[in-house]
Write a protein that binds this ligand. Sequence first.
Ligand code: FE2
Length: 309
Amino acid sequence: MAAGEELFLRAKGRTFVGLTEDTEKEWRGPFCFIQAADPQLGLMKAWRIGDCDGGGDEWAEEVELTKKAVQAVNKLSPRPRFMILCGDLVHAMPGTPFRAGQEHDLKEALRGTDAAIPLLFVSGNHDLGNTPTPETVAEYCRAWGDDYFGFWVGGVRCLVLNSQLYFDASACPSLRDAQDAWLEEQLQSEARAPSRHLLVFQHIPLYLRRPDEDDDYFNMQAAIRESLIQRFKQAGVKAVFSGHYHRNAGGCFDGLDMVVSSAIGCQLGEDPHGVRVVVVTADRVIHRYHSLDQLNDRGMDEDLKQLLA
Ligand SMILES: [Fe+2]
């Protein structure tokens, strides 16, 4: 293992070194964190030339954007408690030519993150393949850490899910079942001893606009979507943070806020390259997407900062 590699492997044993229930169970007042998605090194050129399957042979633009995000996040005050990247770390699917180079360069770009801001990773469809296998999941875990795990920050319980196992587990049904049993345990543990807030992070949104929308490439299929929404609501999940859409979207229904954040990398809509600033107070979870330019020039919006004062 190369020096510094452990920085990317802190999700282990279904928890996260340094952000465990033992050390972070107690509420200690408001804090903020950064949620971002889809640096997806390689997509910008692939999209431009119209070859999203075979393209992706250049990724200098995404490297610059990722470095810009890191620089902006490092400057924030108060300091975010963590930064989480919700999937599609790279564009090249497992086993394709540009994969190793993209992963290497993303790690290099992220290495500049302030050591006091833990970096957490969520697996996306491009990281695992659209139909993940035990091998592609193992490969992901070797590179980035556990594909699903729980962690705690200042009294808030967070669950990271591998949404691809819910999207298509045809080649790894036992992995899906294992994740689902783990999820059930977590939700029940929350029911026994509720935390300050319960948050979920995954790559694929449950829905883009409304819980009853039609199935689509960018959301979860209706049956699994409805069942997860039910289980999440019952357990008191306040917000589900996602990416995948490369546009901002989402909506809050019945107290469950589905947050869909646009990309650090390639935009498929009109949003700027950016990340989401999330402020957690005693009774609310407030979030707003910030462009990388704004975050670098002026930091987070003043009204959010005030909530942290
Ligand atoms: Fe993506």
